[in-house]
Write a protein that binds this ligand. Structure first.
Ligand SMILES: [Fe+2]
Ligand SMILES: [Fe+2]
Length: 181
């Protein structure tokens, strides 16, 4: 197995647009209007759904390459995994637990993705199962799906708590500044 340095992979996120192989895998997706429209929705904190999907896609692709998995399918489905195309914060309608966004959006994303693109079995599995283990019956079938669901959880957590962490930092900075004045 190639050397695996997850810190390096995560810190290389800004090099995404310079990675010709990665771009060649997702170029048709990123030019699609439905995919582009993900920039209009907030996913977590201040991160748009498009930014979130790009990060999940690129880091998952890099990990898949290191593990000798199907990096192309991982990159493509990583980018499409949240193609549900609505602002989930604005869904006010009361629904039973299993009908809530967390449980239903993978299927919606898969339906949308299939409307615009031809997907292989690995890509379909990645999108449909990315909320596992929340969607406990939808167990990932491929290693590529495990990679994407793991990276998705990592970024979902970071993006959710980033605004709070910045506020705390700012507050600490201000109180230190006030104290030293
Ligand atoms: Fe999701
Ligand atoms: Fe996600």
């Amino acid at each position: 197995m190639k050397e695996f340095d997850i810190q390096k992979i995560l810190s290389d996120i800004d090099k995404m647009y310079l990675d010709d192989e990665y771009i060649s895998y997702i170029s048709d997706l990123i030019e699609n209007d439905a995919v582009k429209s993900m920039k209009n929705f907030i996913q977590h904190g201040t991160t748009t759904t498009l930014e979130h999907c790009l990060k999940v896609s690129y880091v998952s692709y890099k990990i898949a390459k290191k593990l000798n998995l199907d990096a192309k399918s991982t990159a493509r489905a990583g980018l499409l995994h949240d193609l549900f195309l609505y602002d989930w914060h604005k869904v006010k309608e009361k629904k039973p637990l299993f009908k809530k966004h967390g449980f239903t959006h993978p299927q919606k994303a898969l339906e949308n993705a299939c409307k615009y693109f031809h997907l292989n079995d690995i890509e379909k599995d990645i999108i449909a199962k990315h909320m596992w283990p929340l969607t406990f019956r939808k167990i990932p079938k491929y290693k590529e799906s495990i990679v994407v669901t793991s990276v998705d959880k990592y970024y979902s957590t970071i993006e959710t708590f980033e605004p709070l962490a910045s506020k705390i930092k700012e507050k600490n900075f201000q109180s230190k500044k006030n104290y030293s004045e």
